[in-house]
Design a protein around this ligand. Structure first.
Ligand code: SIN
Length: 317
């Protein structure tokens, strides 16, 4: 490939983390190394002929602290670069913990006929065998691959789509999964091998206009409530008193809710709070049936359903 540009936007995470001891893979501080330094530590990236890889630091956080303001800034920088004809794709370095949420937010808001590839690491940059450099090389390779559009996550040689990707393991290097769907493909020595019958065009049309997000004074308040044995409704009542606008329920099984919690949710719904059911199961989705008291998330996990509900509330949908 010649004359192409990839922009790498840094947001922090373990991929930019450092530990005092190189043998320590968990006692590190995330978000310590700037994205330019990360790139500089992988000479192969700057040596790809005809490809310019540029870096920009958008944020520097442990992704557990990700928030709407950073998402808004990140989306704006992504769109800015994607709109530039010379840019082939955007790569984002991110913490693994909320990567799936950022991926879904971007899928919802970007107008993108080019690839946006989020990547991460489970081991800090200072580790004896860090996984970040290979992940970053794979993410750039995917962003350079032909006919790839939309938002993806790449780690441990696997390619996942924004809709299904979930962090599924707190420690192992291949921490991501896509539930029933499985990976969309695999990165192999700089090339992507797609799973059979996969459409690589997860094109995002920007369901929610960027201007609406940019002009939002604050994000609508949407909280996630877990239904579990012995659940009670008082938390929901307290949130309603506190001005919550939307509630996503991480339900048992096929969208069922403890009766005490359900009573409180019905009170909330009558009071004007939007209530959406998602399943707390790691695979599958809630199958709606006649007589359901609350709408379902149409296959989105609780954290992603929260993002879509927040955006719906923002546009008054
Ligand atoms: C983070 O999500 O920022 C820290 C954990 C990780 O990246 O694995």
């Amino acid at each position: 490939m010649s004359g192409q540009k990839i922009v790498v936007l840094g947001t922090g995470g373990t991929i930019a983390g450092t530990a005092a001891d190189a043998a320590d893979n968990i006692g590190y501080k995330a978000a310590q190394v700037g994205v330019r330094d990360l790139l500089a530590s992988i000479p192969a990236l700057s040596q790809s002929e005809g490809v310019a890889v540029e870096a920009e630091q958008v944020a520097q956080v442990d992704s557990k602290d990700m928030d709407f303001d950073i998402w808004t800034r990140l989306a704006a920088r992504c769109q800015h670069h994607l709109d530039h004809p010379a840019v082939k794709g955007v790569v984002i370095t991110h913490g693994t913990d909320t990567l799936e949420e950022t991926a879904w937010f971007l899928q919802e808001v970007l107008r993108c006929t080019k690839p946006v590839v989020l990547t991460s690491a489970m081991r800090p940059a200072s580790a004896l065998t860090p996984d970040g450099p290979q992940n970053l090389m794979d993410a750039v390779a995917l962003a350079l691959a032909p006919d790839v559009r939309g938002v993806f996550a790449v780690a441990a040689g696997e390619v996942h789509g924004a809709r299904l990707v979930q962090k599924a393991h707190p420690y192992r290097v291949n921490a991501f999964a896509s539930g029933d769907g499985g990976p969309l493909g695999w990165m192999e020595e700089g090339s992507v091998r797609w799973a059979p019958n996969i459409s690589v065009a997860h094109e995002s049309k920007g369901r929610i206009a960027m201007i609406v997000i940019a002009n939002a004074v604050s994000a609508p308040r949407v909280e996630i409530i877990l239904s579990h044995a012995g659940a009670r409704g008082s938390l929901v009542d307290a949130l309603v008193r506190d001005g919550v606008q939307g509630l996503v329920v991480a339900c048992t099984g096929n969208g069922t809710i403890h009766h005490a919690l359900e009573d409180a949710l019905l009170r909330a719904q009558v009071a004007g709070v939007r209530v959406v059911r998602a399943t707390r199961c790691s695979g599958g989705q809630v199958l709606p049936k006649p007589g359901d008291l609350f709408v379902d998330s149409r296959g989105l996990s609780p954290v992603k359903a929260r993002i879509s509900l927040m955006l719906d509330l923002l546009v008054g949908a």
